[in-house]
Ligand binder design. Structure first.
Ligand SMILES: [Zn+2]
Length: 344
């Protein structure tokens, strides 16, 4: 794959094309953006472009030795570091430092991609900071993270930051059709709820998202009105399904986003991403105020952030459900009070 084959992320790719051939190439980049929007794919292709001997207009040739070996996963000057055991420890950064002290083996520049760099331990991040302060020549480090705020500000300030936008719905659908051989109808339906992330679209497909959506909706509806002991039981069950949590929270974000759009008034129906599910939720939440919906949305958002920061899953989910419940109950009791006042 070359830059020209990547669907979406034109802005980031154009910026990289301009610098790829330069001698004064920045020694560190930060690629930030939602998981599944193509950051790592672009990073790997950038490594190829930087080292390609037949580079044309900032893109790689796919025919030279560097391109062929990188495509086969055996180009020695392309290193990809990934989190093992859910974090990246100091030993990994130390052995990277050792490797960086030697010049690249074959390429013009050695490119090191640290995927999910926010999973570096504090010790590892501090060790990397030292490398970024005094970078050995002919190395380019690319840090890949969902949000720059997940890294030490001192690390961020030593990188050239490129923000990756969510893909458009049509780009997600195109990728699902052309790369994953799905039929156009399913691709478009999944793309609409993927928030611009291929990873999320594929997760939905793999986790049989229709069933999962129903489970999550039933849980949320029950948690809004059940007794408090049952609510804690729900959070326990939910937190135990760790692998799905981030996707579930994304689903909540989409529903509450829909509720906010609906709250804005008539003429917004076509902007609703998931009409059926939002309609059911709306009945339970009655006429929530714009302010309380925004508050709930922010709470859902901060829960997502907490969960990516390896915080205690159960406590994060408890805080979320207690907050959503409080917000719904406040609104409902306000409406009951208004109804009673009217009937007096
Ligand atoms: Zn090439």
């Amino acid at each position: 794959m070359a830059f020209r084959d990547i669907i979406g992320q034109e802005r980031a790719i154009n910026a990289l094309k301009k610098v790829a051939g330069r001698e004064d190439l920045p020694h560190a980049f930060l690629f930030s953006g939602l998981p599944g929007v193509g950051k790592k794919t672009v990073a790997v292709n950038f490594a190829k472009v930087v080292n390609c001997s037949g580079r044309v207009e900032g893109d790689c040739c796919e025919e030279c030795s560097a391109c062929i070996r990188a495509n086969g996963g055996n180009f020695p000057d392309l290193l990809v570091i990934e989190a093992t055991d859910k974090f990246i420890g100091i030993d990994v950064i130390r052995s990277l430092d050792e490797e960086l002290s030697f010049p690249p083996l074959e390429g013009r520049k050695r490119v090191i991609i640290i995927d999910e760099a926010h999973k570096m331990t504090d010790e590892a991040a501090n060790a990397l900071l030292k490398t970024l302060e005094e970078p050995p020549p002919d190395n380019v480090i690319i840090l890949v993270v969902p949000e720059p705020g997940m890294l030490l500000p001192t690390v961020v300030s030593r990188t050239c930051h490129l923000r990756f936008q969510p893909l458009t719905d049509s780009a997600v659908a195109d990728i699902l059709v052309s790369r994953h051989f799905l039929d156009p109808e399913t691709s478009e339906a999944v793309a609409r709820i993927s928030s611009g992330s291929i990873e999320r679209a594929l997760n939905y497909l793999e986790s049989q998202f229709v069933e999962r959506k129903q489970t999550i909706r039933d849980r949320i509806l029950e948690a809004m009105s059940c007794d408090i002991n049952r609510m804690f039981e729900i959070t326990r069950e939910w937190a135990a399904e760790g692998d799905f949590l981030l996707d579930d929270i994304d689903m909540l974000k989409m529903w509450w986003r829909d509720l906010i759009v609906k709250n804005l008034g008539d003429g917004t129906d076509e902007l609703i991403l998931d009409p059926e599910f939002t309609g059911t939720l709306e009945k339970v939440l009655k006429k929530s105020s714009y302010g309380s919906l925004i508050e709930s949305y922010q709470l859902i958002n901060s829960t997502y952030y907490d969960l990516t920061r390896r915080s205690n899953k159960q406590m994060a989910m408890e805080r979320l459900l207690l907050g959503l419940r409080e917000s719904a109950n406040e609104e409902n009791s306000r409406h009951t009070l208004q109804r009673r006042r009217k009937s007096i």
